[in-house]
Design a protein around this ligand. Structure first.
Ligand SMILES: Nc1ncnc2c1ncn2[C@@H]1O[C@H](COP(=O)(O)OP(=O)(O)O)[C@@H](O)[C@H]1O
Ligand SMILES: [Mg+2]
Length: 270
């Protein structure tokens, strides 16, 4: 299972839009079985995919003390449900994820390894599946714009991290911050590979192009940008990913191209 955390400590950079559209393209165009985990207390992904946190959610299980004899990962696995989009399964977030402070991890109130254990369990089960059953091919995690217990759990689970970046003046000045973020992520999980940065909400302007150039010159792997289009906002109202609501929109086309790159394995550095 390819496990990708979509992460940036900034909000409003298109983490959620990226998770939704990549998951949908993988499921529909590539017939892949995708697990989406909503690790953000805002629960936009949960809402979009029609999830119901009351049937069980990540927050409950991050803080649950399991009675002995019960496997916490097994219990979390039982909470995963098919979403309203065929081929995409969902592990719901919950607004109480916000209260799960990283400082409590050491105080044993948070089981920060739960997602890593879940992944091991899924891979074990998939290895034993009869050929006619579909294993879980991909897992995409929508991370919160903060370093908290939920993001730590996500980064512990993932092999790869994709960093959406909105190209503006802050992004230009924020390069050092971005590099620090990646370093911090690796402190949590040394095996984590930076899949790449993804410039989002791109539009033609001198400043955007300058920002993109600086990003590319940083030596980090950078995917081709996702263009800005109102269709992304509309998609959230329609509750249908771009490939259903506006497949020919600029961002719809760009997300398909991104998935083509991801399926190939990632973006070569330079
Ligand atoms: N390519 C795009 N073009 C235009 N608007 C976009 C695009 N991607 C995201 N948005 C909009 O930007 C806002 C923030 O996106 P979102 O995915 O919620 O960011 P995050 O999850 O990083 O906070 C949303 O209103 C979303 O509809
Ligand atoms: Mg979001």
């Amino acid at each position: 299972m390819r496990t990708i955390a979509v992460c940036n400590l900034k909000g409003g950079v298109a983490k959620t839009a990226t998770v939704i559209n990549v998951a949908a393209v993988l499921a529909k165009d590539y017939k892949q079985h995708v697990l989406v985990i909503d690790a953000d207390s805002q629960c936009n992904t949960t809402e979009f995919f029609g999830g119901d946190p009351s049937v069980g959610n990540l927050a409950d299980h991050l803080r649950a003390k399991c009675p002995s004899g019960f496997d916490p990962a097994q219990q979390l696995l039982e909470v995963i449900r098919p979403s309203n989009f065929s081929g995409v399964d969902l592990l719901c977030g919950d607004d109480s994820l916000m209260d799960l402070d990283l400082s409590k991890v050491e105080g044993q109130e948070v089981n920060v390894g739960i997602l890593r254990d879940l992944r091991e369990l899924i891979e074990e089960l998939d290895a034993g599946l009869p050929p006619e059953e579909e294993p879980m091919d991909w897992c995409l995690i929508d991370c919160p714009p903060a370093f908290n217990a939920a993001s730590a759990a996500a980064l512990l689970m993932a092999d790869e991290v994709l960093i959406p970046i909105k190209l503006d003046a802050f992004a230009l000045r924020g390069m050092a911050n971005l590099l620090r973020q990646i370093e911090n992520m690796r402190k949590i999980n040394p095996n984590l590979r930076l899949l790449g940065c993804l410039p989002t909400m791109w539009y033609k302007s001198q400043r955007t192009e300058e920002s993109e150039k600086i990003l590319r010159e940083s030596g980090l792997p950078v995917f081709d940008h996702i263009r800005r289009t109102d269709k992304v906002d509309e998609m959230t109202f329609a509750q249908e990913p771009l490939l259903v609501s506006s497949p020919r929109s600029a961002a719809g086309v760009d997300y398909r191209r991104l998935v083509r790159e991801l399926v190939k394995g990632g973006k070569d550095n330079g």
